[in-house]
Design a protein. Structure first.
Length: 453
């Protein structure tokens, strides 16, 4: 029987454990903080839960156009909302723990350090032991990046992992960083009732995302009253008795009640003993892997945020599965980043898959493009949805769908049809000739495909 040792119980780790057990391996998972990792405990599950609360508030406040009386006051008990989110996260972690135990996985609460490409030192509350494994998977995740001049105190200056300790809505939240995390929390906390200032070091929010989608989100932010400070880099954040002071590199000062630092992530790889085992990393400390999750050391694989490969829970899980399929001799398809569907949980959401607008604009890929405003859709009119669009890309030669972007409420659900088309190389005609419900937002996907035809 093959011995598999997994360090880290996040999506990459626990999904790998399930596959390895399915293939008959003896599996041990060494986990430090709780199964599910940051995705379940401090990031994806609680943050998207909070965003769901904000979504309800936004729909209520904007429902007057539907003929609904919105004169009554609606507020959020943030202490109870956050307590509920943490209960949900803990329950999800417990479900994962129970599933792994039922499948026969050994779970050790502690940390692991590589001694070689086959040996791992495991430290738990009961002491230290050395374990030998035929296959090792590293899935230790990442943590919020910190600035020396803006150290979180868990009270006024916060990382996204510390937001759930808040018991009252911040009067004025300054969000430093306009990437995915910063934009999501700026959107959510404004809906919850905070005055929000978003400090962006770039000239627009969501740099690196589809420019048309990013422009829609920035326009919505400004219309709803979020203050967006473009080309503004924070040089320091200082807590006072009553709030925070954010000093920008150009000398300007912004004062608020709280500050959220959302300036990227760092991999949890420092104490893994990578050098001793011959595991190579990038200059930023991320573990280098190939498309089947192999590291530079024989028999050692890596998955998830510690690799820096599309830092998404879905990508981590797939990397973990692929690692075990490859290591244990099952059929495997290498990771294809061109088929990964991603979503940004702002309001409205941005979902994307496949080829990007930047690749087309640079001439890297030649593709036909159709962008259909969502406000022309009958269902959108019924729901008073005015912001958003469907964008599809197809090859000019054979009309194969190679990518798409959707900006809409619940775009995360709508993108699945486009992801299926990209993954299975369907044509615009295939999408156009598929029945959709009328009226439905998904009908605009078929309409965009018909326009491509």
């Amino acid at each position: 029987m093959t011995n598999v040792l997994i360090i880290g119980g996040g999506p990459g780790g626990y999904e790998a454990a399930l596959v390895a057990r399915q293939l008959g391996a003896d599996v041990t998972v060494v986990d430090r903080d709780g199964l599910g990792g940051s995705a379940v405990l401090t990031d994806v599950v609680p943050s998207k839960g909070l965003i769901s609360v904000a979504e309800v508030l936004t729909r209520f406040r904007e429902s007057e156009r539907l003929g609904i009386d919105t004169n009554s006051t609606i507020t959020v008990d943030l202490a109870e909302a956050n307590a509920r989110l943490l209960r949900l996260a803990a329950a999800q972690s417990a479900d994962i723990h129970g599933r792994l135990e039922r499948e026969g996985v050994t779970i050790l609460r502690g940390t692991g350090t590589l001694l070689s490409d086959r040996m791992v030192s495991v430290t738990t509350a009961s002491g230290e032991q050395t374990l030998e494994a035929d296959v090792i998977l590293l899935s230790t995740g990442a943590r919020p990046r910190l600035l020396d001049t803006a150290q979180p105190d868990g009270h006024r200056i916060l990382t996204w992992e510390q937001l759930y300790d808040l018991t009252e809505i911040p009067q004025h939240l300054i969000v430093v960083g306009s990437g995915v995390t910063g934009a999501e929390f700026a959107s959510a906390y404004h809906a919850l009732g905070s005055n929000v200032t978003l400090v962006s070091s770039r000239d627009h929010v969501l740099p690196g995302q589809d420019p048309d989608a990013a422009q829609v989100i920035e326009d919505v932010f400004v219309r709803r009253g979020i203050s967006v400070m473009s080309s503004a880099r924070a040089s320091s954040v200082t807590a006072t008795e009553t709030g925070v002071v954010v000093t920008l590199s150009d000398g300007r000062v912004v004062e608020g009640s709280h500050c959220l630092m959302a300036v990227g992530s760092l991999p949890n790889t420092e104490s893994l003993g990578l050098e001793a085992a011959g595991v190579a990393t990038s200059d930023a400390g991320f573990i280098t892997v190939d498309r089947v999750s192999r590291t530079s050391a024989r028999g050692i694989y890596a998955a998830g945020d510690c690799t820096g490969v599309l830092m998404l829970a879905s990508t981590a899980a797939m990397q973990g599965r692929i690692a075990m399929w490859h290591a244990l001799g099952d059929a495997v398809n290498p990771l294809d980043l061109g088929t990964v569907a991603a979503n940004i949980f702002t309001d409205p959401e941005i979902a994307s898959v496949g080829v990007t607008q930047a690749q087309i604009d640079s001439g890297e890929i030649e593709a036909d493009v159709v962008m259909l405003p969502l406000k022309t859709n009958a269902r959108a009119k019924m729901q008073e949805i005015e912001d958003g669009f469907i964008k599809l890309y197809c090859l000019p030669t054979n009309h194969t769908v190679v990518g798409g972007v959707i900006v809409a409420p619940r775009a995360s659900e709508l993108i699945y049809a486009v992801a299926l088309a990209v993954t299975h190389r369907l044509t615009a005609e295939d999408l156009a000739s598929t029945f959709t419900v009328y009226p439905s937002l998904s009908g605009s996907i078929a309409e965009a495909a018909r326009r491509l035809h």
